[in-house]
Design a protein around this ligand. Structure first.
Ligand SMILES: [Cu+2]
Length: 254
C-alpha cells in the first residue's frame, strides 16, 4: 500500500509552469542559425527562417507533450483508500477531435511554409544567368562541366581524387543536374542545398554563393557500394579567379 503523499508543494507547480517558459524565452533570445550560417548562399537566405521556425514549433510541441506526460505522474498519483483503478472513461469526443485537428493544423502550417520556400528556391531567373555549370552524378564521384570554357571543359573526380566545384562569389549560377547511372543527391550542407541527380531527367537549380571559402559537398542518396566516397569540395572564389579558372580549363582542353 502506498503512503499518503503530502499535498504537492506550490514550488513544484511553479517549476512546471515557469521552467518551460524560461526555456522557450532563453531559446528565443538565442535563435541562431541552429547549425547553419546566415547569408552563405542565396538558398540560406530563403531557408533559414523555415529551419528556425520548424525547430521552435518542434520545441513548443515537445514542451507541451512533456508537461502533459509529467503532470498526471505528479498530480494524479494513487491516493490512500482510493480504488485500484481510477474512474475509467472512453469516447471523450471533444478530446479526440482536438488531438486529430491540432496535428492536422501543425502539418498544414509546416507544409504551407515549406511549399512557399521551395517554390522560391527553385525559381528560375527570367533572364539569362551569369554562369552555367553542369553537375553529373556518376558511380562513384562527380563530373562538373563548365560550358563557358568549351564543351571539353569537364572535371571528373574519382573516389581517390574527389573533384572541386569552382563557384564565383556573388554571381548567380544555373546548375544543370543529371546522372548517368542511378539516383544521386547533390548536396552542399552549408548552403542548405540538395537536389537529386536523376537518370533520364534534367533538373535545374540556380543560386548564388555569398562567402569565399571551401565547403564540403556530398551525395546524400544511397547510390551503391561506394556511395560514401562520393564527396567533393565547393570552392567559392572571386569572379576574376573564376574567370582565370575557366581560362585554365580552356587551355587544358583545347
Ligand atoms: Cu551517389
Amino acid at each position: 500500500m502506498l503512503k499518503q503523499r503530502p499535498q504537492a508543494p506550490s514550488r513544484i507547480i511553479a517549476l512546471f509552469l515557469i521552467a518551460p517558459a524560461l526555456l522557450v524565452l532563453t531559446g528565443c533570445s538565442q535563435v541562431s542559425g541552429l547549425g547553419f550560417e546566415e547569408n552563405l548562399s542565396s538558398v540560406n537566405d530563403i531557408s533559414l527562417s523555415l529551419w528556425q521556425g520548424a525547430w521552435i514549433a518542434a520545441g513548443v510541441v515537445g514542451l507541451i507533450t512533456l508537461i502533459l506526460i509529467v503532470w498526471p505522474a505528479i498530480f494524479h498519483r494513487k491516493k490512500v483508500g482510493a480504488p485500484e483503478f481510477p474512474k475509467q472513461t472512453q469516447y471523450n469526443v471533444p478530446v479526440e477531435i482536438a488531438y486529430t485537428i491540432i496535428p492536422f493544423i501543425i502539418v498544414a502550417v509546416l507544409f504551407y511554409f515549406t511549399a512557399v520556400k521551395e517554390s522560391q528556391i527553385v525559381e528560375k531567373s527570367p533572364t539569362t544567368v551569369a554562369h552555367e555549370i553542369g553537375v553529373e552524378g556518376i558511380q562513384w564521384s562527380w563530373q562538373f562541366s563548365y560550358p563557358e570554357a568549351g564543351p571539353k571543359a569537364i572535371v571528373t573526380g574519382t573516389p581517390a581524387q574527389p573533384p572541386t566545384l569552382y563557384v564565383p562569389l556573388g554571381e548567380r549560377v544555373r546548375y544543370t543536374i543529371t546522372s548517368n547511372d542511378v539516383v544521386h543527391g547533390f548536396w552542399i550542407p552549408a548552403f542548405m542545398i540538395q537536389i537529386q541527380n536523376l537518370p533520364g531527367v534534367t533538373n535545374h537549380l540556380e543560386f548564388t554563393a555569398n562567402k569565399l571559402g571551401t565547403y564540403p559537398g556530398r551525395c546524400n542518396i544511397l547510390c551503391g557500394r561506394n556511395h560514401t566516397q562520393m564527396i567533393f569540395s565547393v570552392k567559392v572564389v572571386t569572379p576574376s579567379e573564376y574567370k582565370s579558372y575557366l581560362e585554365t580549363l580552356k587551355a587544358a582542353n583545347v
